[in-house]
Design a protein around this ligand. Structure first.
Ligand code: PAF
Length: 290
């Protein structure tokens, strides 16, 4: 079990990171800092991010912050699980150096952020269409965290595929120096992607939610027959579940994240979002078409 230092203010965190950098410079050690941004309610998917962070660097910083800016009116900001003690216990054997757990006031002293990162077209599609402003809020806090920690790398999960795409775009567009690393989605044995929001599901909903990955897998198998066949295969599985209220099911180009035309051949990503009970669930898989 390692001694994690839990810090809640930006100056404290910067100070400790500065000291660590100075110590490393004195000994000639190559100290790489890796950030794992999270909103807490940690599960095995987050621990996979932390383990990748260890493979990339020496000092691992896990941020735990439920970012109000990325929640819309009527969303689950108030009920989003805040489980700091359990999160620290989950990280206890993961060799994390710092947990940064700021308050909303620490991150947004003026109550909100006057200056925001605004996404381009892709930010208003799919999750962005269902959750207006979500990606601007997410990118704004990610930009702030990258500026606070100035890590060599930051690690994100592929489950939030559109988020990963937009973070990579922001880092390229704004010439941010941190590398962005992506870790494959961690799934339950049933195939259901791990998500902090799975805890909102009761047992029948949990069983129904498994149709999402089953649908994506059916689509991937039908991929050689083209986009229409892949979409039909996914619908045939997901539409069987009355508890799954499908929001969108689309196939996008991995480089543009725009919907592929019906005659597209090549690598793509299928994205799905659905409401199951009160939980909004998303998932995605790589798919080869044609
Ligand atoms: O994926 C998340 O948990 C959040 O969107 C992130 C990246 C921590 C920003 O608040």
């Amino acid at each position: 079990m390692n001694n994690i230092e839990v810090l809640s203010t930006i100056p404290e965190l910067r100070d400790r990171l500065g000291q660590a950098r100075e110590r490393a410079a004195l000994t000639g050690a190559d100290t790489r800092i890796v950030l794992v941004p999270t909103m807490g309610a940690l599960h095995a998917g987050h621990l996979a991010l932390v383990r990748r962070a260890h493979a990339l660097g020496d000092i691992v910083v896990v941020s735990i912050f439920v970012n109000p800016l990325q929640f819309g009116a009527g969303e689950d900001l108030d009920s989003y699980p805040r489980t700091l003690d359990a999160d620290l216990a989950a990280l206890a054997n993961e060799n994390v150096t710092f947990v940064f757990a700021p308050s909303a006031r620490e991150m947004y002293p003026g109550g909100a952020s006057d200056t925001r990162v605004v996404t381009g077209e892709v930010g208003s599609l799919y999750e962005g269409a269902a959750r207006p402003g979500h990606f601007d809020g997410m990118l704004t806090v990610v930009a702030k965290l990258l500026n606070i920690v100035t890590p060599d790398a930051a690690v994100f999960g592929q489950k939030d595929g559109q988020q990963v795409f937009l973070v990579q775009r922001m880092v390229a567009d704004l010439n941010v120096c941190s590398a962005i690393e992506v870790v494959e989605t961690v799934r339950e044995p049933s195939g259901l992607a791990l998500s902090s929001r799975n805890r909102y599901l009761d047992e029948p909903q949990h069983t129904a939610a498994q149709a999402l990955f089953a649908g994506l897998s059916a689509a991937a198998a039908a991929g050689p027959d083209g986009p229409t066949a892949a979409l039909a295969a996914a619908h045939a599985r997901i539409d069987l579940e009355p508890l799954v209220k499908l929001d969108y099911l689309v196939i996008v180009h991995p480089q543009t994240f725009l919907v592929v035309p019906g005659d597209y051949h090549g690598p793509a990503r299928m994205l799905v979002a659905a409401r199951v009970g009160t939980a909004r669930l998303i998932d995605n898989v790589a798919i080869r078409l044609g």
